[in-house]
Design a protein around this ligand. Structure first.
Ligand code: ZN
Length: 156
């Protein structure tokens, strides 16, 4: 239970670190951009004497906005494909399910697994009802089961 809470804290903490890094990178880029256009602009601010008046500045601000948005998107996208326990990238995507055999195999999904076997992530192929949150299934220690002593091996 405690390990579970610690894992959760690490998982969301990692997202916060990524978002903070993205915000820092983004504000540094804006600060750098503002160096080239007078007057001096305080940190985290657009130069309001140039924005919407100077075409070059406005275009570069647009590019800066797109880059910042892209970094934000990447932070969340990357988070989705990470293990909830150890933060490793999930690997080995496997297609499961089939439209033509839906009753037997279920709907098409992409299944990812943590390289250390902490869990699997099921991503629906078709998101009919808006964006479906991928389904994370936590596994116990799968290796413990594999290497367990066979029951009743020494007493007969
Ligand atoms: Zn893991």
């Amino acid at each position: 239970m405690l390990a579970d809470i610690k894992g959760q804290a690490r998982y969301w903490g990692f997202l916060l670190v990524k978002l903070a890094a993205a915000a820092m990178g983004s504000s540094a880029a804006l600060w750098f951009l503002n160096l080239f256009w007078p007057p001096h602009t305080p940190l985290f601010h657009l130069n309001r004497w140039q924005f919407m008046f100077d075409l070059g500045y406005t275009t570069l601000v647009m590019v800066w906005f797109l880059l910042s948005y892209g970094m934000l998107y990447l932070a969340f996208w990357d988070q989705r494909y990470r293990c909830r326990t150890c933060l490793h990238r999930l690997c080995m995507p496997v297609e499961t399910g089939s439209w033509s055999h839906m009753l037997r195999l279920g709907r098409p999904k992409m299944e990812y697994i943590c390289p250390f076997g902490h869990g699997t992530l099921n991503v629906e192929e078709l998101q009919i009802t808006g964006t479906v949150t991928p389904d994370w299934t936590q596994h116990g220690d799968i290796w413990a089961e594999l290497f367990a002593e066979p029951k009743g091996s020494d007493k007969d």
